[in-house]
Design a protein. Structure first.
Length: 190
């Protein structure tokens, strides 16, 4: 773990050294917009509240994992490969987010013990973001299964026509012989 952190630190340092001369920060003026992250609201919690909230988030994420596994089993029973592939994709993402949140909880407890407020807020924000993404994946997994259309049988169509007044097939067929003239001949010699 220490070796990985050192490697990441060296990579970040190298990227700053290589790209640092290319990037310039804009000076903050009166018209510069202030950007706030949505997690800053939750960062005002005490470390104990953050720890209890992270435990609650992890429990909810585990419940979502159980539900997505149930959806996977449902897709298998239906023998629908498309639904199964969709649910498997969401399940994999939920598992990855759960691993991130569990690692974040461990790091959060460590940061609380060291009384490192910046690291505590960072770890809590990681857990919160993982929870939000898991909620979204839960909805997507439910959408993968969806409700099937139910076939109730063949459709019967009944037509009520208004009754055509001059229907030639009817009993009172109109006699067209006195209304329509026979066509004239094109030859003048007849």
């Amino acid at each position: 773990m220490l070796k990985l952190r050192n490697t990441l630190f060296l990579a970040a340092l190298a990227s700053i050294a290589l790209g640092g001369s290319l990037l310039r920060a804009q000076p903050a003026g009166d018209d510069a917009p202030e950007v706030t992250a949505p997690v800053q609201k939750e960062a005002n919690l005490t470390p104990a509240e953050m720890q209890s909230a992270s435990e609650k988030y992890l429990k909810e994420m585990q419940d979502i994992l159980v539900r997505v596994v149930e959806l996977q089993n449902l897709a298998r029973k239906q023998k629908d490969v498309i639904k199964l592939n969709c649910v498997n994709d969401k399940l994999l993402q939920v598992k990855q987010l759960l691993n991130i949140a569990e690692a974040g909880r461990t790091d959060l407890i460590e940061a609380i013990a060291q009384q490192d407020s910046d690291s505590t807020a960072h770890q809590f924000s990681q857990i919160s973001i993982a929870k939000e993404k898991t909620d979204g994946l839960h909805g997507e997994a439910e959408g993968c299964i969806g409700e099937e259309l139910i076939f109730l049988g063949p459709t019967e169509v009944t037509v009520d026509d208004p009754g055509l007044p001059d229907d030639p097939t009817g009993e009172d067929a109109f006699d067209w012989s006195d209304v329509i003239e026979p066509p004239g001949y094109a030859s003048p010699f007849l």
